[in-house]
Design a protein around this ligand. Structure first.
Ligand code: GLN
Length: 475
């Protein structure tokens, strides 16, 4: 059977009539079956995907198909899809069936993308290893003893192992970029507000974004241009016009690139990742681009700021899961109060409970100013610094992660080590700017390394074009 990697290949095969959408879906279904032990898919919509494929084949035959005809997509288990279960990989949402479809997903369907199923993730998007899922862990296909990253681990592995053409994840503090780096695929987080959040089960609303995993920059850009844009159901979604990113990939100017001294010299950075990152910066210099080292004295405050604000928002967002409105209700309760308490104690996993408590604490009357208000102020400083820097430079480059994929259980007893995995991804999240991770070779264990590129808000087109150029310089 044919092997499809990119949408370009799929389209060529479709044009030459060597294949059709039903055969493409069958190809992925076969892969999902042989690689079921990776545990990337929580649920596969086999029959509805085949039915959708048949309809799109008819549209193709009559020349009426949308621009994503032949694209087969998996969606993270935090994106609602009408008539299908969405659990946010949490027991508290067991049995919850979505009443409507996420705008971003609907826009893909409207262009004839086929939705193949939902993908495993850390519970409510909280985690960096996919070990916090009610559906069990996801294995990294490059080394099954290692984590795929998180929280969108299933979405990353689904693309890595060719279980679908591309996938959707969400990125609140790195959940698309970090697993993309760990699995050797491309992962893009757009500007905050570029893609509607309607239908996304919220973690931290002022950080949450929907992002894309793919094998090629072009596929990523194409999906993004279809999903992005204002949505009447999300008043925070931007009204700025959306460009055709996938048609603007040609890059020929000389770029001005900054790298942050504190990231490259971070003691937690794996030496091989440092070497690979410096090698790219050197190549850029030799290609005539301007590359400059810049100080980022705020780096040490970015993670605490992120974890104070996101837990605060999560404690508020997750208060709706109370045994009354959705999913699970404890059968052991004997009155109203015990129903709330037992439902939440039994329904949420350990990490989620830890964060709800931390978030409730930083929002409590006596500590509000000391933590929450202060973190808001520091967020402003980080955002201003980042945006000012991006007014002087076209791009910031840094490693996506301090280390490559670690082994299962390695950070089990050390939450701080786990949170440190997000050290380089949270700056773009705190600032709201777009950022992408592209593969940058492998380390001596053969594990993928990611290179992160950041640019200013709403410059997705520039980010995709430069990343496309960079993929020619990376190993
Ligand atoms: N690892 C980070 C966290 O646990 C990022 C998660 C995300 O982006 N959803 O908060």
């Amino acid at each position: 059977m044919e092997k499809f990697i990119s949408f370009d290949e799929i389209q060529k095969s479709l044009e030459k009539k060597e294949t059709d959408c039903q055969a493409i879906v069958s190809y992925y279904l076969q892969n999902i079956q042989t690689k079921a032990h990776l545990n990337a898919f929580v649920e596969v919509y086999e029959q509805s995907a085949l039915n959708q494929a048949k309809k799109i084949d008819e549209k193709l035959a009559s020349g009426k198909a949308g621009k994503l005809a032949g694209m087969v997509i998996g969606i993270k288990d935090v994106l609602c899809y009408q008539g299908h279960e969405s659990n946010a990989s949490s027991n508290i949402l067991a049995g919850y069936e979505a009443q409507f479809t996420t705008t971003a997903v609907q826009r893909l369907i409207d262009q004839d993308a086929i939705i193949l199923g939902r993908l495993n993730c850390d519970e409510f998007g909280m985690g960096s290893s996919n070990e916090n899922s009610a559906h069990g862990k996801v294995l990294n296909a490059a080394d099954e003893g290692r984590v795929p990253g998180g929280s969108s681990g299933g979405s990353a592995v689904a693309v890595q192992a060719n279980l679908c053409t591309a996938s959707l994840g969400t990125d609140t503090g790195g959940s698309v970029r970090q697993p993309a780096a760990f699995t050797g695929v491309i992962g893009m987080k757009p500007t905050y507000s570029r893609v509607s959040r309607w239908g996304l089960i919220a973690y931290a609303s002022s950080f949450d974004t929907i992002g894309v995993f793919s094998h090629t920059v072009k596929d990523n850009a194409l999906i993004m241009e279809v999903m992005a844009g204002h949505d009447e159901f999300d008043s925070t979604s931007s009204r700025k016009p959306v460009l055709h990113y996938s048609e603007l990939l040609h890059f020929e100017k000389k770029a001005k690139v900054a790298y942050l001294k504190e990231t490259i010299e971070s003691p937690s950075l794996q030496p091989e990742i440092k070497e690979h990152t410096l090698a790219i910066l050197d190549k850029l210099k030799s290609e005539g681009h301007e590359v400059q080292e810049v100080n980022f004295p705020l780096l040490e405050y970015v993670l605490p700021t992120y974890y104070i604000l996101t837990t605060a928002e999560a404690s508020s967002n997750l208060s709706r899961f109370d045994g009354v409105k959705y999913g699970y209700r404890s059968p052991n309760a004997h009155n109203l109060e015990s129903m709330y308490k037992m439902t939440r104690s039994e329904g949420f996993g350990e990490e989620v409970k830890k964060r709800i408590m931390l978030g409730t604490f930083v929002l409590s009357a006596s500590y509000y100013d000391a933590y929450f208000t202060k973190a808001q102020k520091v967020r402003r400083l980080i955002k201003d610094f980042t945006e000012d820097l991006l007014n002087d430079f076209d791009y910031i480059i840094m490693p996506t992660t301090p280390s490559s994929a670690f082994k299962f259980g390695e950070h089990r007893d050390d939450p701080v080590a786990m949170y440190l995995e997000d050290l380089f991804t949270v700056q773009a999240s705190v600032s709201g700017v777009p950022a992408i991770s592209i593969p940058n070779g492998t380390d001596s264990d053969g594990m993928p390394i990611g290179l992160q590129v950041i640019t200013n808000s709403f410059k997705e087109a520039e980010l995709y074009a430069f990343s496309n150029y960079l993929t020619k310089l990376t190993p």
